[in-house]
Design a binder for this molecule. Sequence first.
Ligand code: ACO
Length: 378
Amino acid sequence: MNGRTIGSFVPGLEGVVATMTRLSMVDGEAGRLVIAGFPVEELAGRATFEETLYLLWNDALPDAGQLARLKGDLAARRALPEATTDLLGAAAAEGVPVMDALRMAAGTLGAQEGDDRDDALRAVAAFPTVVAAYWRLSRGEDPIEPDPELPHAANYLHMLFGEVPSDERARALETYLVAACDHGMNSSTFAARVIVSTRSDFVSAVTGAVGALKGPLHGGAPGPALDMVFEIGKAERAEPYLREKLESGGRLMGFGHRIYKARDPRADVLAEAAGRLYAADADKDLYKLAIAVERTAVRLLAEYKPGRDLYTNVEYYTALVLHGLGLPSELFTPTFTASRVVGWTAHCFEQRELDRIIRPQSEYVGAQDRAWVPLGER
Ligand code: ACO
């Protein structure tokens, strides 16, 4: 029943319009993504993380005073409450995976019941602190305190690695965080909106959204694209490796997309960011290899899967950018979360304004006239 309508039931709600939003528009046929009015290639690479957050929450770019206030509000909420730190310590001792630890910690971040802006600020400000602190704790290292003087993206790298990053590195991460901040009615965003639609709080909404994002069909599998590049190892091995994979019915990781039937515009933005990062500060041979693998893969996909329109997706260059920044693949999905929480909270504000519970119907297909059989007679 995958993807087919049965009566009025649409499995996966495919094609069903669940809300109106001014936050982002995904045009898969044209390969176009508009975020709060800006084509993604106009915004990412130019906007800072904080400007993007302000834009999504307020539908306008901030002036200098508004931006300074938002920066201060975020920086003041980066440090974790003691309950969160204790929980992370206990989770690290148990070897809990990072996304599960983040989901557990997310639920501890609310402070003042009923203050949506404060809850939203706390989630956006503290997610990177949770991820960095947990990653260090799980390696037996002490967490590094957030530095309120650093911008959001630079502070994340600082809390992970213990040094203030170069502008190039901070900019590469920021480009990723902006490019991935919102993407239409994806599953985690929908989950957040459903929760807020019951007049529940934002902390519950982002906690539920983390749970939705961690699944492998959504945000939970960005590592394999890079694994494939590592396995190939040398540009001249790309063609035989990829041909063999396609001939045996395998899928090339980092290519194809359910919605984009043209190149994913975020892949272009991140390809540029990766180009700058690797030229300045990372393994240039790996970058050259990744470009060679991409070219060969796109050519062979057109040959083996004609008419399927398979192009590079966002995961391919995400993996390259985050790897170039020194992040291990276990931090790729948590870092995606630190970006998408911008979109989640913005959608929560929108949903709050709409104030209409999301309560679809179900079609009952079970029996209707069973007669009760006492236990001894079954
Ligand atoms: N490599 C080889 N063939 C592919 C690939 C790929 N990466 N993607 C799709 N195809 C082929 C399928 O085999 C199928 O061929 P067939 O009709 O001859 O059987 C055809 O293209 C259509 O495939 P579907 O599975 O129907 O396409 P769908 O839109 O459902 O798939 C998906 C999207 C799951 C992303 C797919 O392209 C894929 O598996 N890609 C590799 C994994 C990957 O990169 N995942 C990250 C996605 S990015 C993101 O989700 C944000």
